[in-house]
Design a protein around this ligand. Structure first.
Ligand SMILES: [Zn+2]
Length: 139
């Protein structure tokens, strides 16, 4: 059977964020944690947003969080595939400064979405592409 092409835009892997993409392949969501002030830094960036230190280390987070906001798209760009689809802002459980992750919602009845509900990061290998993407689902 011929594989259906993946038409959604894909992110570009860069040297500075390569550990993140490699983590996704292993089913780990890595975020840089500042070794000087202890804050998490998301999205991947070469410096700490709290103290400007470049003394960062990649660490896996739990992937667990709560739904901070969401949008259900009923008529999206054609290349984005099936409508409707959901997009979420999920506040991860790590502290002190929280990490808010933007992601597509999968494996969830979009009619049941409620602010504050528990969510979990899940991983999706993109067929025919050398990349694993992250999504979120309700748990
Ligand atoms: Zn810092």
């Amino acid at each position: 059977m011929e594989m259906e092409p993946y038409l959604r835009p894909l992110p570009r892997k860069e040297a500075f964020n390569m550990p993140f993409w490699e983590g996704l392949e292993r089913g780990e969501f890595l975020v840089t944690k500042c070794k000087d002030c202890g804050d998490w830094n998301w999205i991947p960036y070469p410096g700490c947003r709290s103290c400007l230190s470049q003394n960062l280390e990649w660490k896996p987070i739990s992937g667990k969080g709560t739904l901070m906001s969401f949008s259900v798209v009923h008529r999206g760009p054609p290349t984005f595939g099936r409508d409707p689809y959901g997009v979420a802002l999920v506040e991860m459980e790590e502290r002190p400064r929280s990490i808010v992750v933007l992601a597509n919602i999968v494996d969830t009845d979009l009619d049941t979405l409620e602010i504050g509900m528990p969510m979990q990061v899940v991983y999706e290998d993109i067929p025919g592409e050398d990349i694993t993407m992250y999504r979120v689902k309700a748990v």
